[in-house]
Each structure stands twice: as C-alpha cells, then as structure tokens.
Design a protein around this ligand. Structure first.
Ligand code: PLP
Length: 446
C-alpha cells in the first residue's frame, strides 16, 4: 500500500521519526478551497494552510494556468552570467514597489531557509567590503525560526534543530530570550514592563559582546515556528532604537507574515519595523511553486557592485533561483491578492477568527489565546490558574492535535501551543466550522 511504501522509503521532514515508524503518516490526496482530503477519503479543514503558506487554498486554477503558460513559453532559465528573463524582472519590479521603503533590490531563491542564508552571507560579505571584518555576530531569539540550512538553523533558536547536528550555534550566533509574554512574564509584570526587560537583555548582550562585533538581528514580526507568538506591546519600539544606536542591521523574516497574514501586506507594517533586509517566501507564490526573496537596500547593493570590482564574480547563486515558472506563479499570486482584495478580506474575517478562538479561553485546558490577522496560538495548560504546563512526556499539544485531526481539522501543535494559520481566503462560515471542530477536538483530548 501507499502507507507501507511511505514507511519503507520516505524520510519525513520535521517529524518524530520514531512515532512515524510506529504510526505512519496522514497522506493527503487532494485539496479544494480550505479543505484537503486524505487517501482514505476523509475531509479536513486545513487550518495551517499546509505550512503557513497555501494562502489561496488548495485549488486556485489561475496559478496552475500561470505555471502552465510559463512552462510552454520558457520552462527554465537563470540569472547567472549576465543573463535573465522577463518573469524575474517583472516580479522584482513588483516586489520592490510594495516592499517597505528603501528595499529596492531582490535576490530570488527557492525557500525561506535559502532567503535567510543569503541574508547572512550578504551581511558578512557587506561588512568585509565596508572595512569592518570584526562586525559579524548575529542575534537570533530562543524559539525563533529562520530555516534549516546550516546558517539559518544556527540563527534560529530551536533546540531540536541543534541537538546532535553540530551546527556552528554559539560563537557567531547569539540568542536572546523568547519574548513570549504569556509563558515568561513574572507575576504582576505588565506587557510593557516585560518588553522593557527583553530590551534590557539586548542592551546587556551588546555591552557584553561589543556592538562593533555584532552585525545583525533576525526577527520574525510574529514568531511562527516558535508557537505563533505575537510580540508583546512595545517590544519592537524598544528593540529598534538599540539596534540603530549600535549600527546593527535588522533582518525582518517575513517568510510567514509577508503578504497579508497579519492583516497588512507586511508584518513589518503591522509592528512598524524598518528592516535593512527583508526575507519572504511561502505566500509569495501561495506556495504553488517554491520561491523566496531577499530584499536589500541601495546601500548593500552598492557594496555588492563594489565587491565585484574587487573580487570579480559575485560568488553566490542557485540554479533554481528566480525560476521563471515560480516567478510567473508569484506574479499571478500578487495579482490575485490585489484583484480580490485579500488584505481587506483578512481584515474583515479576522475578528471572527480571533473571537471564535478567543472563546476557548474559558475551556479548562486553555490558558491563553493570542493572535493577529489570521495567525493565532492557543496555549494548552495543565493548571491555567497557576500557569502550570503539562509535563513534556504527556505531549499534551500532540494529543490535542491528534484529537482535532480525528474531528476533521488540521492544526499544528508546537509544544503545547496549538497554531492556527488558515488560508487567507477562509470565510466566516469556515471559521465557525474550524472553531466547532477545534472545540470537539479539545473536548475529546480532555
Ligand atoms: N523563516 C520562517 C519565519 C519560517 O517560518 C520558515 C519556515 O517555516 C522559514 C524561514 C524557512 O522556510 P523554508 O521551509 O521555505 O526553508
């Protein structure tokens, strides 16, 4: 059977492989709108949009047709050796027009990890070219997630991605605490006071390491893989001036937040970030094709040109970077977002989404619910009054995730936080059905 072949040959990614070997996987066969069907014919509301990415759901024909048209016209070309092609030019023009101010140049890759990896390489390269080779350390945050390549995983703060992988974590890669107010605030501490404590930690880190050794800080506007964690009030307002004071770049990782997830085009807009570099992927093409982008400023771009005067060829690039089919699909995606006013739609349905999930605050298993736009996290707690988590061996989050699956709902447990990031096209009726299924799942887990 397909399941037996899967067990025999597919190494699943980001999966408990021991559990997979015993239990197998849910194999998805097809999708329509916000729903997917497994190989046994069971239907699920896909409340994670796959991996926070299928923004237009699972059956957008216009994207399939855009890919087909481009495949017939020019199925492959690259941007190496002073060559190029129209879809990459058009997409770069569009992206820089809608990007935060000053980000006028784009490198294309296939994944969010590569976008962040490219950012890291460019930051190091830039600092060498402008004559400050000692300014190389990078700041990430515990439970921050920026991808899987060696460098992107190192700037990430995900313990399971570091254990036994021998990444160069530590050394050039520094980490701040996770600004997760609900879990980490002291009794009686306000959100603002908590943010001030987080900012003081950044200042102490810079003091300890020396600002002249630190090149950049990476931050997701809303943390995704860390647990769908919105920043506490005042956090970025305090963090940004500290970075500016020490000439430390801010890299906004918009791989999840970009293209409407928080109710604005960029999470940077929602939280008033002024990034020096912005990375995006996923919803850039509604994930119908793998593509990511690293947007950089004129200042960094000028240094790259200077670098070629010194070193010759800009020694960076991927065979499938700026793939024409992926660019064509991304362009069509951005067109659909505008034509259908997807941002307006997210803003209109967001209250139903946040209030619908917010009602679970009364459930005995739920300690907190937080979100913005169409991203939210639900905290599953053993004793909500005392903010006591379940012991890790209970795997409470996974128990809830499985109970939801049994009730026709795909969500993601991140530890004991249940993340929701449905396709951006979800309707209020589908949100109501999502919440109903979640309620059944929670009750079954309880
Ligand atoms: N950055 C963020 C914020 C992400 O959430 C992810 C993936 O979930 C990545 C980077 C890595 O993207 P990819 O899996 O496309 O390499």
């Amino acid at each position: 059977s397909l399941h037996a072949l899967d067990l025999a040959h597919v190494v699943h990614q980001q999966t408990d492989l021991d559990a997979h070997a015993r239990e197998g996987a849910l194999l998805i066969a097809r999708g329509e709108g916000v729903h997917v069907w497994d190989t046994e014919g069971n239907r699920y509301i896909e409340a994670m949009a796959g991996l926070w990415c299928a923004s237009l759901g699972f059956s957008e024909r216009r994207l399939a047709e855009a890919a087909y048209r481009q495949l017939l016209e020019l199925p492959y070309y690259h941007t190496f050796f002073q060559k190029g092609h129209e879809p990459s030019v058009r997409l770069a023009e569009k992206l820089t027009a809608i990007a935060p101010r000053g980000l006028n140049h784009v490198l294309f890759q296939c994944s969010g990890s590569e976008a962040n990896d490219a950012a890291i390489k460019l930051i190091w390269y830039y600092n060498n070219l402008v004559g400050r080779p000692q300014k190389k350390k990078l700041i990430g945050r515990i439970r921050g997630y920026h991808g899987n390549t060696v460098a992107a995983a190192s700037v990430s703060g995900q313990p399971h991605m570091h254990a036994d992988f021998d990444l160069p974590y530590g050394g050039r890669f520094l980490h701040l605490s996770n600004p997760h107010y609900y879990r980490a605030h002291e009794p009686g501490e306000t959100e603002e006071a908590f943010s001030a404590r987080m900012a003081a930690e950044l200042e102490a880190l810079i003091e300890r390491e020396g600002g002249e050794t630190i090149a950049a800080m990476f931050a997701e506007p809303v943390q995704g893989g860390g647990g769908a964690i919105t920043p506490p009030r005042g956090y970025f307002e305090l963090i940004q001036p500290i970075l500016k004071k020490h000439d430390i770049m801010l890299v906004a990782d918009e791989v999840i937040c970009g293209f409407g997830r928080t109710g604005n085009l960029w999470g940077s807009e929602t939280y008033r970030l002024e990034p020096d570099i912005l990375t995006c992927a996923k919803q850039l093409s509604a994930s119908y094709q793998p593509i990511s982008a690293t947007l950089i400023s004129d200042r960094i771009h000028a240094a790259l040109i200077e670098g070629s005067r010194k070193n010759g060829t800009f020694g960076h690039g991927f065979t499938y970077g700026a793939h024409p089919v992926a660019c064509a699909v991304a362009l069509e995606t951005l067109k659909i977002y505008e034509e259908r006013d997807i941002l307006g739609h997210v803003r209109r349905v967001s209250p139903a989404f946040l209030e619908g999930l917010g009602r679970f605050r009364d459930h005995p298993l739920v300690g907190d619910v937080r979100g913005i736009g169409l991203i939210a996290g639900v905290e599953v707690m053993a004793d909500k009054a005392r903010r006591t988590p379940f012991p890790p061996e209970r795997k409470a989050g996974l128990v809830v995730q499985k109970a939801c699956q049994d009730n026709g709902l795909i969500v993601r447990a991140i530890g004991d936080r249940i993340a929701f990031t449905p396709p951006l096209i979800i309707t209020e009726e589908e949100i109501a059905a999502m919440c109903e299924a979640f309620g059944r799942g929670l009750d079954a887990a309880w």
